[in-house]
Design a protein around this ligand. Structure first.
Ligand SMILES: [Zn+2]
Length: 510
């Protein structure tokens, strides 16, 4: 009896094994600022292959973590190939696009029989040759895998989605939230759809609609008006059995490409008319909010004055023109110069300046510091500013973030870091300039805490960001002031010259 039972269990286990779909994982994710003169090269990409992908992301809040967790939940086997991403900057070189996409295709071709591909693309990649890099990746994958091979794509909320994307993918979904705290969830949703396709349960049909507008990044915060009710509607739609996914992307205004701007994409189970109708409805909802998208922000002098006058702390000053997560230099000096000019006290600001870091590190802790800081990378983010003080501490620049934060990463490394105690500091209220070797997105308070800075005890925190910092900073901020500064991510599109964007877009053409 016992041996028969074991025999039966083994047969069952084997047949379950045989019927489990095998799904590949791959990705190339980049948000490219087409106005930036700094190209994104192969060496700028963090590339992980095979099991390294699992080690890097399984414990993170990234969509790859969602793919991996989804395999368990929906019972399929994963086949990780290559995942790559780079910090936003200028367009991706041909070499990087060709090498990365080429290796993904090689690995997919060498794989044992596959039943589908989960593909992580940002959706706003611009390359040297292709203004829309993501559909180019899709075309190459389609050519290699065939037109019917299931490919489920996840995009960032900031995707500038070209129609080819919903035509070439089997199903396309985007993150819903800014800050992007739902990346893992969207990876799980992609895994759920993929499992249904691989088992013959779902037959996805999808449609996309683009309203004739850009949606200024200033309004991308999805937990407040005007986007909140639209995002809530997409969540409600996904509870309907015929709708597999409903996504609204806000677009990325710093890529001058034909299909810049927001998109509504709806994936249904074998109902193309429903997909078209619902995508149109979401697009109309976006269009209907346009009168709420025209607020003016203060410039640096008024913003610093308001921060100094505030009674509750900390005040977060958001340097919108140098939004590192949007592809700018990370060494803007507009706020720094103004803070020094108005003799503000108790502020903290991080500036990427490898030359200044190495001067501070050679001088050593306790040594005087008197150097020109920032404004050195591309001449678009203010002039270098003289800062006097003392080298307070030096750090290796590594930290971890275990909470759900924008970007979903767990491991961070901003390179050798120096903290300067700026002239006029007291022990009770230090004024601190953090100099980093790499430009680092301010998505985690551990960037400061790991260097002995207590953000909630400071008066003013400057972040080079737009919306994404909020997941980390909102819980401690007494007030957040967004500032209209110059730079590669200036909020005002009139500061840029658009050539490729389609004509007549609200927010771009007046
Ligand atoms: Zn994004």
């Amino acid at each position: 009896m016992r041996s028969v039972l074991i025999f039966l269990i083994t047969i069952e286990a084997l047949s379950a094994q045989a019927s489990r779909p095998r799904i590949a994982i791959a990705g190339i994710a980049h948000e490219s600022n087409s106005f930036s003169p700094t190209p994104t090269t192969l060496k700028d990409f963090m590339i992980r292959r095979g099991d390294e992908i699992v080690r890097e992301w399984a414990e993170s809040n990234h969509e790859i973590a969602g793919y991996i967790a989804g395999a368990k939940l929906y019972d399929f086997e994963i086949y990780p190939t290559l995942m790559s991403q780079a910090i936003p900057a200028g367009p991706v070189t041909n070499e990087a696009l060709d090498k990365i996409t080429g290796e993904i295709i090689d690995r997919l071709k060498k794989a044992p029989k596959l039943d589908g591909l989960l593909l992580a693309l940002h959706g706003a990649m611009v390359t040297e040759t292709y203004p829309h890099g993501d559909p180019e990746v899709m075309k190459r994958l389609r050519a290699a895998l065939g037109k019917d091979f299931p490919i489920v794509v996840t995009h960032d909320f900031h995707a500038n989605i070209a129609p080819d994307m919903w035509k070439l993918s089997t199903a396309l979904i985007t993150y819903k939230e800014v800050p992007h705290v739902d990346q893992k969830n969207r990876g799980l949703k992609a895994a759920e759809i993929m499992s249904g396709i691989a088992r013959g349960k779902f037959k996805p049909t999808q449609a996309g609609v683009k309203p004739a507008m850009i949606y200024n990044i200033r309004y991308h915060h999805t937990s407040s008006e005007p986007l909140l009710p639209i995002v809530a509607e997409t969540k409600r739609m996904e509870k309907q059995p015929k709708i597999l996914a409903a996504s609204v992307s806000g677009g990325y205004q710093y890529a001058d490409v034909e299909w810049v701007g927001p998109t509504a994409v709806v994936v249904t189970d074998n109902d193309p008319e429903l997909a078209q109708r619902e995508a149109q409805r979401l697009s109309d909802m976006l269009w209907a909010t346009r009168d709420k998208l025209t607020k003016q922000l203060p410039e640096a002098p008024a913003a610093v004055k308001a921060a100094i006058a505030e009674r509750k702390f900390p005040v977060v000053l958001v340097e919108m023109g140098d939004n590192i997560g949007g592809g700018s230099a990370g060494d803007s000096t507009f706020m720094l110069a103004e803070l020094l000019k108005q003799k503000a006290k108790g502020w903290v600001e991080a500036v990427a300046d490898p030359a200044a870091v190495s001067i501070a590190s050679r001088a050593g802790v306790g040594a005087p510091f008197n150097e020109l800081v920032g404004g050195k990378i591309d001449g678009l983010h203010g002039a270098p500013v003289r800062v006097k003080g003392v080298v307070k501490s030096l750090h290796n620049g590594k930290y971890i973030e275990t909470e759900a934060r924008h970007g979903g990463a767990r491991y961070h490394d901003q390179g050798l870091t120096a903290v300067i105690e700026v002239e006029g500091s007291t022990l009770d209220l230090p004024t601190l300039l953090m100099l980093t070797t790499r430009r680092q997105v301010p998505f985690s308070l551990h960037q400061l805490i790991s260097c002995g800075i207590y953000p909630e005890k400071q008066k003013i925190l400057v972040v080079k960001a737009a919306i994404a910092f909020r997941a980390a900073y909102e819980p401690i901020a007494a007030r957040i002031i967004e500032v209209d500064t110059g730079g590669l991510t200036a909020v005002n599109p009139a500061r840029f010259k658009y050539v490729r964007a389609r004509k007549g877009l609200f927010g771009l053409d007046k």
